[in-house]
Design a protein around this ligand. Sequence first.
Ligand code: SAH
Length: 387
Amino acid sequence: MTVARVNLKGARRWLGGHPWIYRTDVTERPMMDAGAVLVHDNRGKPRGWALWSPLSEISLRLLDADPDAVIDQAWWDERIASAIARRVPLEDHTNAFRLVHGEADGCPSLVCDRYDDWLVVQFMSAGLERFREEILTSLRSLAEPAGILARNDVPLRAKEGLPRETVVLHGEVPREIEVHEYGIRFLAAPWTGQKTGAFLDQRENRHLVGIVARGRALDCFSYHGSFALHLAKKATHVTALDASGPALMRAAENATLNSLDNISFVEANAFDYLREKEREGITYDTIVLDPPAFAKTRSALPGAMRGYKDINLRALRLLAPGGLLYTASCSFHLTKPLFLEMLHEAAADSGRRVAIRALTGQPLDHPEVLTIPETGYIKGALLEAMD
Ligand code: SAH
């Protein structure tokens, strides 16, 4: 049998616009290795083609709701071409952006980021691995990269029964790639950097903060200095803070690359540093908080909420009158309402009158699809201390 059969709950997920069907909703499992499979609903009606992952909790990922579709080279060419086409407007501002954002682009479990002439891909399901050659062929012909690196070292692959590895799949890929965004240059680290080599998902938020930045500025959780570089264009002085020394070394290289000499680098724990500055009575005109995901799981959420509130409260207290705070969370489990609730509490405790100047989300190349919550994770707010 090479079809999968799903129960009513599974079929309803597709009808509701979500591509995943869980193992518990598959009533007849196809007797085949990972790959593309035709899916029948509880009444035996064909509902479309999906990627089949025999070992995963997410058994089926919808590829095409047309039962007559053929998942071949031409199919992948078309899907990937349309994903690439929607990013064209970004080329005016940057040469580093996401070409394929998985489920949001109809290519479940596939990530592809472009850094100048090179691509970094992640194949995050067993079903998708089966189409590795077709996908590489599409990417080579549509994007004409000098090299393609697979950052298949993500823990998620273990759940799919796939090896974790970082390997070149085409051409050659350098250790560092110089890219630019909105006039700022920086080095991406495709082999060893976080994610695929940089945090591309905050690009427009960095640009926004760069426009309004002023005075004395502080970028906590700075990593390679991406926010700090944008801040330094307008602010008189920027402190780029991170707990990682190696990350700050890269940030310093990036500052040099942009001929910026008004950034100082501090290796410290952001929680401690904010508390210390409060004790010292220091104020800032612009602060950025872009921490790592404090809530990696749902059960970690209460603790994470306290962590987010703590840093936001302290940052609000450190703002000079009229000062600006750009604050973000990339925890998927911290939903938009919870993010605002946390900020509300921090503002109340700070005793400041805090205005929302902007609420931000994900850029064009990281589409957040309403019916697929997992495609969205970044929430941001630009706040102003009015008094
Ligand atoms: N703002 C960056 C991304 C930040 S990633 C950008 O736009 O590219 C999160 C960073 O937080 C990492 O560099 C990590 O080293 C740092 N970090 C984690 N915990 C920290 C802590 N308690 N204090 C300071 N930095 C921390």
